[in-house]
Design a binder for this molecule. Structure first.
Ligand code: HEC
Length: 154
């Protein structure tokens, strides 16, 4: 029993200590001229869906939920955001070259249709970001239209 209490106590101390490991949550300044929704003059209803369901991980406009401040959950959250931005950053859309834009639009259609995005693990904690069937369709159709528009202007 004594060992058990020691272990629990040790874990509590460890949990308290890891809260002090610093994490970088600074947001880069936002240049609206490069922002996907500005560049493409995205309609407001689509902008709203993108900002609620995608921008937390794919932009420099991340809104951190409360649980994102509790280690070790925060480590996983930060990792997803870092990785999400590395793959696709809507805040830097204007800097992407034509090929990258095309790839990203194609992948966006695919990941939305296949329900890979928004990340399922995130929706579990963040039900607001979940897409209804109708929103999923609207978003996929919008990215598809952007793709066709992109092909015709290239
Ligand atoms: C919780 C964070 C998170 C959210 C929210 C999220 N993503 Fe992602 N996304 C990621 C991560 C991490 C990756 C890279 C790893 C992977 O593919 O699983 C990724 C990859 C992608 C890719 C592939 C990029 C490439 O390099 O091919 C696309 C496209 C994408 N996401 C679109 C979206 C869209 C559209 C939304 C909103 C409907 C969204 N994501 C919401 C984290 C997120």
């Amino acid at each position: 029993m004594k060992t058990f209490i020691k272990i629990v106590f040790g874990l509590l101390i460890l949990f308290a200590l890891i809260q002090f490991i610093p994490l970088d949550r600074t947001l880069k300044p936002i240049d609206n001229k490069l922002n996907f929704v500005e560049v493409n003059q995205t309609p407001q209803n689509i902008t709203r869906i993108l900002k609620t369901s995608c921008y937390d991980c794919h932009s420099n406009e991340t809104v951190y939920p409360d649980y994102a401040y509790i280690a070790p959950i925060s480590w996983s959250v930060n990792h997803h955001i870092k990785e999400g931005r590395e793959h696709l950053n809507f805040s830097e859309w204007g800097n992407y070259n034509a090929d990258l834009k095309k790839d990203m639009l194609e992948n966006a259609v695919k990941t939305i249709q296949e329900k890979e995005m928004p990340l399922p693990g995130y929706i579990a904690y963040h039900p607001k970001a979940n897409l209804s069937a109708a929103e999923r369709k609207t978003l996929a159709v919008y990215f598809q239209q952007q793709l066709e528009h992109h092909a015709s202007t290239k």
